[in-house]
Design a protein around this ligand. Sequence first.
Ligand SMILES: Cc1cc2nc3c(=O)[nH]c(=O)nc-3n(C[C@H](O)[C@H](O)[C@H](O)COP(=O)(O)O)c2cc1C
Length: 165
Amino acid sequence: MLEIIKSRRSIRCFKKQAVESTVLHTIIGAGTWAPSGLNNQPWKFIIIRSRDMREKLAGLTKYGSIICDAPVCIAVLLDSSLSYDHTKDVQAIGACIQNMLLQTHALGLGAVWLGEILRNGAAVRALLKVPDTMEFMALIALGYPAEENAVSERKKTEEVILCEL
Ligand SMILES: Cc1cc2nc3c(=O)[nH]c(=O)nc-3n(C[C@H](O)[C@H](O)[C@H](O)COP(=O)(O)O)c2cc1C
């Protein structure tokens, strides 16, 4: 487990190779096994393969080239009709996305969580025709990696433990 967690890197360059639907379903399925408050499972997903749609989305973030390069993107939505506590729902969505990133990596694919595009969230919602009851939370760009998993650093564990009581 720790090996998968530590070797996962954000992947921003992809091969042209399409991602099979079965693989996408496995990745989304992993997301749905995340914990959520009262097990309310507040997530919904839109799969975006269309080049035209990806190019339009690309215009809404400075990381647009990643969206054009990736063969597929997944928009992650929070379904407010299932909500009982917004903070907890957002936390659950984060857990869901991390599950998806780890499953993607474990399958030999790569992905990046794109959040900068949230500054144009309203435009994304309009473009993807997101229902009024749903909130756009993140875009995941994914595909078969065309780059090695880079080396990354994290703060030392001792540094992030505030105290032990
Ligand atoms: C909430 C969130 C938003 C992010 N938004 C972006 C983004 O818009 N563009 C991007 O290239 N990476 C984005 N990332 C990826 C981070 O830059 C990346 O996870 C971080 O630098 C650590 O690198 P690693 O994922 O390779 O370990 C985002 C990550 C998170 C969790």
